[in-house]
Design a protein around this ligand. Structure first.
Ligand code: ARG
Ligand code: ZN
Ligand code: CA
Length: 253
């Protein structure tokens, strides 16, 4: 009644050891975290600095509902992000459940980059690939939910961040590593690159010779889970456009 769009979510859990086969309770925790973060009902929302309160999104009016959980044992101990083998049964993975209608999340034991190096917590695709077989999110099992998750990424915010990408949000510094590029949100200050750990506010950094107070507590930065707790109003507008009736992910509605 308040116009909230509910996205159906399918979890595809691919595990080697039993510990990697995360529980239904842990998946439920993750869904609850997404619903809190996207409704701005997260308990740490009060930490937004006064400077950024006028830019805060408030309720994004996008919610998440678990509709299926698929599980598969695999001999693989790591998965390369560029090969996408976790997303096809023919390559040892689990096929997406209709990605035009569902947000698929593959949970794997370890994510490697194209040079087979570890360090990626999760990744996702922008709406430009909407409906393709590899559309969706991939998240390391260590970063799903809270109970048993790996500090400092144990508040489920890797998934909050990756859903942001899925809903067309770049990083605050733009979509390439160059930094100081647009993120198409005028209410997030320009940023030269990722902030890590738990920065103290205020933190000023420079783009184009202009120093700006950084909105490092935004979900689209790289700080620790406990240091990120907001989307901006312009980010909300971008995400709503994606799930709107004429948007690229209208099939989720
Ligand atoms: N794609 C990013 C990475 O793999 C995710 C960062 C998530 N940050 C977080 N605090 N959970 O590094
Ligand atoms: Zn990211
Ligand atoms: Ca911006």
């Amino acid at each position: 009644a308040d116009g909230t769009i509910e996205i159906p979510v399918v979890f595809n859990v691919i595990y080697n050891t039993a510990a990697q086969n995360i529980s239904n309770a842990r998946i439920a925790e993750q869904i609850a975290i997404l619903n809190a973060d996207y409704a701005a009902s997260n308990s740490d929302i009060s930490k937004i600095p006064a400077e950024f309160k006028p830019a805060a999104a408030g309720n994004v009016k996008i919610s998440f509902k678990l509709v299926a959980t698929n599980r598969k044992q695999s001999p693989k101990t790591a998965w390369r992000s560029d090969l996408e083998e976790m997303k096809k049964a023919t390559t040892g993975g689990i096929n997406a459940t209709d990605p035009t209608k569902n947000m698929n999340i593959w949970v794997v034991n370890s994510i490697l980059n194209e040079n087979s190096q570890p360090g990626t917590l999760g990744y996702a695709y922008y709406p430009e690939v909407a409906g393709l077989w590899y559309d969706g999110l991939v998240i390391g099992y260590q970063y799903i939910g809270k109970t048993g998750a790996s500090a400092p990424f144990n508040l489920g915010r890797t998934t909050t961040h990756e859903v942001g990408h899925y809903l067309n949000l770049p990083h605050l510094w733009g979509s390439t590593d160059a930094g100081c590029q647009t993120d198409y949100s005028n209410d997030t200050p320009a940023s030269p690159g990722a902030n890590l750990g738990t920065p103290s506010y205020p933190l000023n950094r420079t783009c184009g010779g202009v120093s700006r107070s950084q909105m490092f507590m935004n979900y689209m930065d790289y700080v620790d889970d406990k240091a990120m707790f907001m989307f901006s109003a312009n980010q909300k507008t971008r995400m709503q456009a994606v799930v709107a009736a004429a948007g690229p992910r209208a099939g989720l509605r």
